[in-house]
Each structure stands twice: as C-alpha cells, then as structure tokens.
Design a protein around this ligand. Structure first.
Ligand SMILES: Nc1ncnc2c1ncn2[C@@H]1O[C@H](COP(=O)(O)OP(=O)(O)OP(=O)(O)O)[C@@H](O)[C@H]1O
Length: 306
C-alpha cells in the first residue's frame, strides 16, 4: 500500500553534552554525560505519524556516514519507508551540537549539512509517493524552494498540504500561504511572520486571520500549555481548543508531535471535524515524544513551561 503521509523534510542527529556550566570562548570544560538523539522536524513529524499507525514515507537526505546509516536504521525501526532517503558524500548528516548546563541553559550549533542538498531531482524521483499520498507535510529545515516545490507537486495532484513554517522566515515566499491547506505555526513563528507578538488568545486569533488573508485555507496557532487557536475560511471566527492539564516534564518536540498527529488524522480521518482533530493532537502533543533523550536528567535541568 502507498504511503498515506509523505513528509519532505529534515533529519538531524542531536549530539548532547550535559555540563555543570557552559564553556567560555577558548575554554574546555568537563561534561558529566553525553548522548545522541534523532531529531530534525521532518523526521520527528514523520515518526510521530507512523507511531500513530500511519503508512509514512520520508523524503530527505543524509550523509554517507555513520550518523546517516544510524538514522536510516532508526526510521526503519519506526516503520517509516526509507525508499526516498538519499545519502550523499558531498555533505555530512545534519547535526545539532547541544550543551546543557545544570540550570538548563543551553548553547546549540546546528549544521544542516545534507539536508540542504535535497533538491528538485530528489522530489521528481519521489513524485509517485508525493502525488499519491493523502497528505504531504513540509517545514523549513531544508531549502525553502524545495519545500515549496513539494507543496506545489502535492497540490497539483489534489493531495492535502500541511505546512509548518519552522524555523520561521520573516520574508517567507507568499506562495507558501496559497499552497497550504493547513498552516500550523507556534507563537514565535506567528510573530516572525506577521510582526504581531502573540501573548494571548486574542492575538492568536488576530495572526490567524492575517495568515488566512494571505491565502491559507486553515490556520492553527499552537500555544504550548494553552493548546491552540484555529481559524479557517469556512469558520472565520477564531476558536480556542484548550490542551488538557498535564505536568510538563519536558516539552521538547511538542510542536513536531502536534504536526505529525495532525497529518495522521488528516490522512486517516478526513471526515472528523477539525476541532476534534486538533483536540486529539493537543492530547498527543502533551506526551513527551523523543524517547532517545534521557528525560529525567533533562527535566532536572530544563525549567518547564508551566
Ligand atoms: N505544558 C503543556 N501542557 C499541555 N500541552 C502542551 C504543553 N506544551 C505543549 N503542549 C501541546 O503541544 C502543542 C505544541 O506546543 P508548542 O506551541 O509549545 O509548540 P512548539 O513551541 O513548536 O514546541 P517545541 O518547540 O517545544 O517542540 C500545543 O498546542 C499543545 O497541544
């Protein structure tokens, strides 16, 4: 059976060191713990969809290196089709080198590497998967032009598009709005895109309306512990869908979890009212999603959002 959810996006290997304090320029400090994790918005969203039971395919590029090989194994273990995971010798697998101190502050260096080499040719090779899926999901951790091309390919075949403008670009190509059936962003992304700081539900409604005016069919603005606000062409009055009360241990990846879950519901339960879908996504996103990260250790270090 063909993939119902096709994700065109990034794979990033997290390299995390836990230290007492962050080193100054030129200084070497001794860390207490090191671990690696599988990250990248594209892969995270795809794996979340697969864990909910979706037949998924990830269209991405990794390096021809040990991180790339491990990443492909990890995707397979999670039931994601890797038929269109390319490996290149021209760049290393994307990495995020992260140092976290005992107060939970961090410094991060991201090197996108192979992610930025995913190109039009790769999309053409995967066109069957993109054009036969029920939903295509894109973000901005690969070249934006490639994301936009994937959205256009999907649209041209009548495939529903779910776009997550992360990390946000202030000068986002306006065609992203007109090619997004569902446009899902968080508060920071919404502010960068519209210039309006999102401090409450009313602001979220305001940015949602603005994004609709730019051509999206449906906008979801996620608001952390507050859940999200949705607004659509059909229902232009902003609707707040609250999240259930949970004790926040670590919200890393909550946004990706939300988008991956939304892709699953859009593909498998298209008749479900949008409000119901989003309520379910709130619930799924409130559960931590990156099992490769030692949560207890991080929870001790990272101040929660609550
Ligand atoms: N503390 C929380 N309690 C309950 N639900 C939460 C909490 N934090 C996040 N969520 C759920 O996750 C969704 C996405 O969270 P958020 O808006 O923080 O995204 P994000 O900033 O992109 O996340 P991150 O960058 O941490 O991955 C929310 O809409 C909500 O459903």
């Amino acid at each position: 059976m063909a993939a119902q959810v096709a994700v065109v996006g990034s794979c990033v290997t997290d390299l995390v060191s836990l230290t007492t304090r962050l080193p100054r320029a030129g200084e070497t400090v001794l860390g207490q713990k090191f671990f690696t994790g599988f990250g990248g918005k594209g892969a995270n969203q795809c794996v979340q969809s697969a864990r909910l039971g979706a037949k998924t395919s990830l269209i991405c590029k990794v390096g021809n290196d040990s991180f790339g090989n491990d990443y492909i194994e990890n995707l397979k273990k999670n039931g994601v089709s890797t038929a269109f995971v390319g490996q290149t010798t021209e760049a290393a697998t994307g990495t995020a080198s992260i140092i976290v101190n005992s107060e939970g502050q961090n410094v991060i260096v991201i090197v996108p590497g192979a992610n930025l080499l995913l190109n039009s040719e790769d999309l053409k090779r995967a066109s069957d998967v993109i054009c036969k899926a029920k939903v295509v999901v894109c973000q901005l951790e690969i070249s934006p032009a490639v994301s936009l091309e994937a959205l256009k390919m999907a649209r041209a075949s009548g495939v529903k598009t779910l776009f997550n403008p992360a990390p946000a670009l202030a000068d986002l190509d306006p065609q992203f709005y007109t090619h997004s059936d569902v446009f899902c962003c968080n508060e920071t992304e919404a502010e960068i895109l519209t210039g309006i700081p999102v401090g409450n539900l009313e602001d979220a409604g305001k940015v949602g309306r603005m994004l609709l005016e730019r051509g999206c069919k449906l906008v979801v603005v996620t608001l952390g512990a507050e859940g999200c606000v949705m607004i659509s062409v059909e229902e232009p009055i902003p609707k707040h869908v609250p999240a259930g009360k949970v004790r926040a241990v670590d919200t890393t990846g909550a946004g990706d979890s939300f988008v991956g879950a939304l892709a699953f519901y859009l593909a498998y339960y298209p008749k479900l009212p949008m409000e119901e879908m989003v309520r379910k996504c709130n619930c799924i996103a409130s559960v931590p999603t990156s099992p490769s990260w030692p949560r207890k250790e991080l929870a001790r270090r990272c101040p929660s959002k609550e």
